[in-house]
Design a protein around this ligand. Structure first.
Ligand code: RNT
Ligand code: ZN
Length: 412
């Protein structure tokens, strides 16, 4: 324990905040880190090039993982610098197999090496069917495609993904969240939105028709994507209604709303009607650009809502960003740690006193306290947490990130 932490502990205690309780709580919060930051959302199928579906990583920084072994090595390195035990969010296109099965042929065996690795690494797995980067998704219609055959193809993909997720959950003894995001939409004004939404609704029902142990279904909405500017079939209202009617997990991606909307504000609103939430913590800049998350207001307010709304036990925190202009492992490590920092800051608020001021409509006290609290030595508490969890901070952390990046820079 450092002198800096001792002082910090006393200063927080003066406000009625127990830093030890905050540190202990943070240790138990898993973050689901997304595999796709490691390779610019390319995946390991032989047939595809770009991701399509209106999502895109930009940049050509050296060091992109090209094989499952490279991706796992990068993940091992990243988890080593992120304090705590976490999860990996895999996409179906990250299968680890010699011959690429088509999407409607995927099986657990194609992902078994990931489970072997996860067992050794102490990591739990989440999953996503991949409804993009495929010839049958080139026109940005999958589960809502007018052609029954195309819909059936994608329904089969989704069913198989659920079975794989269920097996993940059973093997690793922790339910795997299987998150469905489809790019479906129209570039120009459609004449029959209702028909498209009815098709998506029915396809989801068909996909989810068998309850499975070991997994949970989640659905992810979106405002718009490049190429589907006029209408996104799976809009927020569509999936909020779907999740309420069907009891699925509702995924809120921070890049999937109008830029002036606060996604943090939505948590308490939807949590009254859905049991469980999944977050895709991201940083949209002007559009759903998936920038690496900073420790900025949007993330901090999100964390504050999770704590103040007592939502941690029914919210799965996943990340969704990808930047190919910087070290991919540095992006993972700093981004994931930023989410943890935001949670720790939120855990270090004297909520009882803040709530009391608000209940008494003493908005001056709420304002003055909130602002003065920002001056407390949060960095010393974070450094203590990292130290206890054997994770470096500051210049030591940067040194390790730079060393690793220089080792992977020679990858072609
Ligand atoms: C796309 C969605 C989706 C993807 C991942 C790769 O806009 O956010 O979550 O980013 O499935
Ligand atoms: Zn997302």
């Amino acid at each position: 324990m450092t002198r800096a932490y001792d002082l910090a502990k006393a200063m927080y205690a003066d406000w009625g905040v127990d830093t030890e309780a905050a540190i202990d709580r943070l240790k138990t919060i898993p973050i689901s880190m997304h595999c796709w930051q490691g390779d610019d959302v390319v995946g390991f199928e032989t047939r595809t090039g770009s991701s399509g579906g209106g999502i895109q990583a930009t940049g050509n920084h050296p060091g992109r993982a090209r094989t499952p072994d490279e991706l796992r090595a990068d993940l091992d390195f990243a988890y080593g610098l992120i304090p705590g035990q976490h999860r990996l969010n895999l996409h179906a296109m990250y299968m680890d197999t010699d011959r690429t099965p088509d999407r409607d042929e995927i099986e657990y065996a194609h992902f078994a090496p990931w489970v072997d690795w996860a067992k050794g690494a102490g990591v739990k797995l989440d999953f996503n069917p991949t409804f993009f980067a495929h010839a049958k998704a080139d026109d940005n219609l999958t589960l809502s495609h007018p052609d029954q055959g195309i819909r059936d193809f994608w329904i089969e993909h989704g069913r198989r993904s659920r079975e794989i997720a269920a097996r993940f959950g059973q093997e690793l003894d922790s339910p795997s969240i299987n998150n469905v995001w489809v790019p479906d939409g129209y570039k120009d004004v459609p004449v029959d939105r209702m028909a498209a939404r009815r098709r998506l609704d029915a396809a989801l029902d068909a996909m989810f028709d068998t309850p499975l142990d070991g997994m949970k279904d989640a659905v992810e909405s979106k405002l718009f994507g490049i190429g589907v500017e006029a209408c996104t079939v799976g809009s927020h209202e569509f999936y909020m209604g779907y999740a309420i009617r069907n009891g699925t997990v509702l995924c809120l991606d921070m890049g999937h709303f109008h830029p002036t909307e606060s996604v943090a504000d939505k948590l308490s609103a939807v949590a009254l009607s859905v049991d469980e939430l999944l977050l895709h913590v991201s940083r949209p800049m002007r559009w759903d650009s998936d920038h690496v998350i900073l420790l900025d207001d949007s993330i901090q307010i999100m964390a504050q809502e999770l704590i103040a709304g007592d939502l941690l036990d029914r919210t799965h925190i996943g990340l969704d960003f990808f930047d190919a202009t910087i070290s991919r492992t540095a992006a993972w490590v700093i981004g994931t740690r930023n989410m943890q920092k935001a949670l720790l800051q939120a855990l270090l608020r004297p909520l009882d006193r803040l709530r009391k001021a608000e209940d008494e409509m003493d908005f001056t006290t709420r304002f003055t306290m909130t602002e003065e609290l920002k001056d407390l030595p949060f960095g010393a508490v974070w450094a203590e947490f990292c130290d206890r969890m054997d994770a470096p901070t500051g210049q030591a952390l940067i040194g390790k990130l730079d060393d690793y990046q220089s080792k992977v820079a020679s990858r072609g």
